[in-house]
Design a protein around this ligand. Sequence first.
Ligand code: AHR
Length: 632
Amino acid sequence: MSFKGVFSLKPGLSALSICCALFQTVQGISLQVNKSGGNASSSLMYGFMFEDINHSGDGGIYGQILRNNGLQGTAPDLTAWGAVGDATIAIDFDNPLTTAIPHTLRLDVASGTSGTVGVTNTGYWGIPVDGSEHQTYFWIKGDISGDITASLVGNGTGTIYGSTSIPVSSTSDNFTYVDASLSTEKAPNGDVYFELSLDGAEVAGSSLYFGLVQLFPTTYKDRYNGLQPRIANVLEAVEASFLRFPGGNNLEGESLDNRWKWNETIGPVQDRPGREGTWSYYNTDGLGLDEYLYWCEDMGLSPLLAIWAGFALEAGAGTPLTGDALTPYVNDVLNELEYILGDASTAYGAIRAANGRTEPWDVTIVEIGNEDNLGGGCSSYAERFTAFYDAINEKYPDVTLIASTNDASCLPSPMPSGAMVDYHDYNTPDGLVGQFDYFDNIDRTSSYLVGEYAQNGVEYPIMQGAVGEAVFMIGMERNSDLIKMASYAPLLQLVNSTQWTPNLIPFTQSPDNVVETTSYYVQQMFSVNRGDTIKEVTSDSAFGPVYWVASSASDSSYFVKLANYGSDTQDLSVNINGLTTAKLTLVGDDDPHAANTPDESPVVPVQSTLSSSNGTFTFTLPAWSVAVLAAS
Ligand code: AHR
């Protein structure tokens, strides 16, 4: 039941006439929060949607910061690599590190050289040296008996931000594994390269082979093969509830063969071949299935695992799969789920245990595909959804399954009881406001994930868009008995390599340059101020330009979320009977186009403390603003 329903309880009376009988109007907008009753609100409501787009994974949140470190792919090149001293570099095809990493970096050292020689890597458009202890891992083949120096060097300045000498004893017969740490000083920007160097006289006239060179800062929660803390910390501050991964279009792949293959993203990184991602760059898959699940565990997020469902982006490139052709892929998903959920005595659970995780993961929500209503997927989706649904539901009846669209024409009819649907909405700010009552009017038989939504059409989130998103979110929260989960998308953006704008959190490789955008603040404000029950609100005003929703937590704390989608300030009085003090958090800007970008961040939330007069809090909503009143 939505509060649209509550307002229509008295036939013939409009909401306005009910409220005006209840209130002595004050100037501005009066809201009265009804402390009794209400609808249960989903505890999972606000989460993240992540896929590797805009180098959000490789070059972004994934902690490994050297680019092209495994020379992966069918057509490798020397992007990001350089040579030091009297030596040249080449891709070597004859000295594979592993089957998955068949190419290595050859350093041919000139005969008779006496200076320093080595290799450099410029990272993903720079290296964000954050001042933490860094760890480097690589394999080396060649006759070395001496020190290799690992350094982080300022481009053009020569400033050394970290350096260590690593004693190495290796031969030209086999690859030798090297693992070393280096203390660093924080760099002022990302214009830094990594260097591995040694005395040329020691290796003059020979070739050295470097395999899968890796460099990590101290990772988020100090996890091996973990996340970049500078980005993870900004996410953690949202206090989100779930992580939808690994896509998105990047799950689907352009073709059958380019789909995200879970089994190639697990185990030692030197056994992961990577894949041609959907978003125009190669994915290392160093951020693989287990790393996503550690991310969830370390950040307190419920995993929402999307599984490949027989359809690639380019219809006709081997998909959609139907009939018997689906069976191997359904079985593959069952193997994936056994890897995640099976105990260590199962075939795939044993592989997980061998990979370092004995306990099964806690995965209870699985989405079948992505946007199967689009691109030629709709007509086969009911069959594909049913094949995956039946197989998963039979083995894992407690797992909640989500269809990748809410378009009834693509779905089985009826939908299995308890299955959810996914709705995506990229829209203009006006369009998002126009969607305010969308969820008041939907068919209420299935619960919803709103797996992707955001303003579109701008480079960086702007204030007007953030208010439009807040209005849309208020519409969702008013119906959060039905709208169980919602995630803004896309989440992250390395601004040097962008395929989609706007994004919630843009960043550069300058260590501190992780941008909290206007939309970020709205997500954070809505997420950290959550109730368990949505409360009825009566008012003397209709919705627009001000929108609101109220909730309570344990019947003791109250949250009123407000959005002012307009250029006039608005006076508010909010009555919550018996409550005396409140914290008001407010973000807004007179300029609807105001944006936080990598160059400037003019918009920041402000907080104030309010006291009520007989339970009534009065305050002003600035133009183009979003506010949360948290009262207790
Ligand atoms: O978020 C960017 C893309 O938008 C997603 O990959 C896809 O699901 C949607 O079309």
